[in-house]
Design a protein around this ligand. Structure first.
Ligand code: SF4
Length: 415
């Protein structure tokens, strides 16, 4: 039986502006039913698809396939007018389920599923349009029509090897949520508090505690974290060079997920990518413009203080973190099998990456809210993207988590 669908207490809005971003560079995983429907549509009979594969293997998909991309990263079904060929030829119902539902996302919890919007869509990132709660009945209908499985999720481990029941896990997640959405503090402080919470939870000997004691520990830690985190703001030490190298490479990979970044796989582009990675490693030299997404810049420029004059510029980024934490998308979807402590780190890392990209996008001028909206599109896309949710990413985060380096990155790029 499907779980009841609820929406967040925070208002979320979206209307499709037909920008076509979701048809560029997205990994559209197909269900068995999607793959069968596409094969039945006989695309290979059309001359333009006789030499073109429209399905490619994808191990995370139920069918084992996703929609193919053209060499520039656009969906193989995107036409010259920026519209979907499947929709034009067979109608909305004929499209793959993800294409029909994006940016709506269901996050199954224990006894209900949360309907939220993915901020990889610029309209959702800007909170423009229809409230999520007004779409609940049509989403229920879609779930019924498509026979989508919306089943209770398993609680994530609290830390590596520490699995508890839903009741205890929920209380720990609530403590993290309290820290991440504590309006007494600016976003940068909330993230450092949550990161310190994760470090203390990792250090605690949870095996010796029963469920009640763990819940009490989580509550007490959440109370103590603002004071515990103070040294990061008092000394504002820069992160170590190795942390900055790992960080720049991650930030560059994230920027490349922006829909306007073209992915031509030629020798010239591979060479340019290798040169950019080398420059990121040594922390100097140029980074090229990425399509219409980011201008060319010098890496050193991205280390300069931003001195943000308007707090409004932060809003799309803090909305991403707030809605992702309230829906528990960061811990229950995308980072499958990750413990809560690592998921908190994965979420917190979005903040310094976003601030680094803001320097890049708005170089030599004042940053605007539109710059940040554009950045949130790439940041949210990274959540659940294979490259950012696998074992390698967890390993990199564990290096950054050592000795508070992740906290230092958050504080350093917020300046
Ligand atoms: S990214 Fe959002 S606004 Fe743009 S086409 Fe897709 S759903 Fe519509």
């Amino acid at each position: 039986m499907s779980l009841p669908i609820v929406t967040l207490d925070q208002e979320e809005r979206w209307d499709c502006q037909q920008c076509g971003y979701c048809c560029r560079g997205s990994l559209v995983a197909l269900s068995q039913e999607d793959a069968r429907r596409l094969r039945d549509q006989q695309w290979h009979q059309l001359p333009e698809y006789q030499q073109t594969r429209f399905l490619v293997p994808h191990r995370r998909a139920e069918s084992g396939y996703r929609l193919a991309h053209r060499r520039d990263g656009t969906c193989v079904f995107l036409n010259e007018d920026g519209l979907c060929r499947i929709h034009a030829k067979f109608g909305l119902e004929a499209k793959p389920t993800i294409c029909r539902t994006f940016p709506m996302q269901l996050v199954p919890h224990e006894k209900h599923t949360v309907l939220t919007y993915r901020r990889a869509c610029p309209s959702a990132a800007a909170d423009h349009g229809t409230q999520a709660k007004d779409l609940v009945s049509s989403v229920k209908q879609l779930v019924r029509d498509q026979r989508l499985k919306v089943e209770a999720s398993v609680p994530p481990p609290l830390k590596s090897g520490e699995q508890r029941d839903w009741k205890t896990t929920r209380l720990v997640l609530q403590s993290v949520g309290t820290l991440l959405r504590d309006e007494r503090f600016p976003p940068v402080r909330r993230l450092v508090h949550a990161l310190q919470f994760a470090s203390h939870l990792d250090a605690a000997k949870l095996r010796r505690l029963n469920d009640q004691q763990i819940a009490e520990l989580a509550f007490t830690l959440a109370e103590l974290m603002p004071e515990e985190s103070r040294p990061f703001f008092d000394d504002r030490k820069p992160p170590k060079s190795i942390s900055k190298i790992i960080f720049r490479l991650l930030a560059m990979s994230c920027a490349r997920l922006h829909p306007l970044c073209r992915h031509q796989s030629t020798w010239a582009t591979r060479f340019e990518l290798a040169r950019t990675s080398w420059n990121c490693l040594r922390g100097s030299g140029k980074i090229p413009g990425l399509g219409g997404a980011f201008p060319a810049a010098a890496i050193q420029e991205l280390e300069e203080p931003l001195g943000l004059k308007s707090a409004g510029v932060y809003v799309p980024l803090s909305r991403l973190i707030e809605t992702t934490s309230e829906s528990l998308l960061y811990a229950l979807a995308g980072r499958s099998g990750w413990p809560v402590t690592d998921s908190v780190r994965g979420l917190a890392l979005l903040f310094p990456i976003g601030m680094w990209m803001l320097r890049w996008q708005s170089r030599q001028r004042d940053p605007t809210v539109d710059d940040m909206l554009n950045i949130v599109v790439a940041l949210d896309r990274s959540q659940g993207y294979e490259q950012f949710s696998g074992a390698q990413q967890r390993f990199k985060l564990s290096i950054l988590a050592f000795n508070g380096e992740l906290e230092r990155l958050v504080v350093w790029y917020a300046r």
